[in-house]
Design a protein around this ligand. Structure first.
Ligand SMILES: [Zn+2]
Ligand SMILES: [Zn+2]
Length: 348
């Protein structure tokens, strides 16, 4: 049996344009592992790589930071990881350990991070090189397609919710029911919060309830803040929909000392009324991803509580279609690329 010396990868050919290419398989450098990729989620943050003009002469970048696969080669100096081990790689895939943030233990805010699919090639490929320090252990009984979105969308919402200061029984509202929001509602419910889902349209009520929401607020016809105040005010609102106006609307619905935690990044600003902040001591704060151990806890909690992303899968060669549909918000609810899928849709 001979092993192929090349692999297929999808690279950014021009802003917004992806291209399938063949690349030679390389040995992992010191501290790195080589991963045989099984699945890679398509995340909105990939647009930072895909829509950008590449630097002159730079090798085209492979996007993708929701990667699940198995280690097939170890670089020099890698300890604690084995060939054949199931691993994941998320957005933040290595901190420098020397910058002021890292020295204070705040590695999520590392000033020189390895960011998968941005500063290094990501997972829209059959093979990927990753820093061992950025690896996440992935349980064998979690499917690659379902684990992939948990590594970014899952981690982001899980960590933001568990660090927001709400306690069991508190009212926690999830603003938005898309790729992030549909996971956040499941997490919030299973964390023991009175869970409110806020979205637009009566057609989302059924989904909200299936995901575990106790109450659905239709922002098209209801006053969001008034609906939250009827429940006593939200201790936490998690802003997952990329709309500044929509997020701003929820602030008046916060309980005193309540917190709007922003995880989506809208193109426009979030216009806040200072009265709502000052009277009631309300807070608006952002939350960014998490560490590799946070990510392992995300996977463990998802397994424990049977929380799964709703996904649509695509073979690698349809990466452009998957990306375009994700950008149009036309995927229910996370797109995932599967490597080595045969014509019947079965993964080899
Ligand atoms: Zn992401
Ligand atoms: Zn650092």
């Amino acid at each position: 049996m001979t092993f192929p010396s090349t692999y297929r990868a999808v690279v950014v050919k021009a802003p917004g344009q992806l291209q399938l290419v063949e690349r030679p398989i390389q040995r992992p450098a010191r501290g790195q592992v080589r991963i045989r990729v099984e699945a890679c989620g398509v995340c909105h943050s990939d647009s930072a790589t895909v829509e950008r003009e590449a630097a002159e002469g730079a090798r085209p970048r492979v996007p993708g930071h929701e990667v699940v696969g198995r280690i097939e080669a170890l670089g020099e100096g890698v300890e604690g990881w084995n060939i054949g081990q199931r691993v994941g790689v998320g957005f933040l895939a290595g901190e420098d350990r020397t910058c002021p943030s890292c020295r204070q233990g705040d590695i999520v805010n590392c000033q020189n991070p390895v960011i998968t699919g941005m500063t290094t090639d990501g997972g829209y490929a059959e093979i990927m090189l990753a820093e061992a320090r950025g690896l996440v252990r992935v349980p064998d009984d979690l499917s690659a397609a379902e684990a992939a979105p948990l590594l970014c969308a899952g981690l982001t919402t899980f960590n933001a919710l568990r660090n927001a200061g709400a306690r069991a029984g508190d009212v926690v509202a999830i603003h938005g029911l898309g790729g992030l929001g549909h996971l956040a509602v499941q997490f919030a419910r299973k964390m023991g919060f009175y869970t409110v889902a806020i979205a637009r349209g009566a057609d989302k009520a059924e989904l909200a309830s299936q995901l575990g929401a106790h109450r659905y607020v239709d922002a098209k016809v209801e006053d969001v803040a008034a609906a939250l105040q009827q429940l006593g005010g939200a201790k936490v609102v998690l802003g997952t929909a990329p709309t500044g106006a929509g997020m701003a609307e929820t602030v008046r619905g916060l309980a005193p000392r309540g917190r709007l935690v922003v995880v989506a990044v809208p193109g426009e600003s979030i216009a806040l009324n200072a009265v709502d902040l000052v009277f009631g001591g309300r807070t608006v704060v952002g939350a960014l991803t998490g560490t590799v151990t946070d990510n392992e806890q995300t996977l463990a909690f998802a397994q424990l509580q049977n929380i799964r992303p709703l996904i649509e899968t695509f073979p690698l060669e349809q990466a452009q279609a998957a990306y375009d549909r994700m950008m149009r918000a036309d995927v229910r609810f996370r797109a995932v690329l599967l490597m080595n899928v045969d014509k019947t849709g079965v993964q080899a």
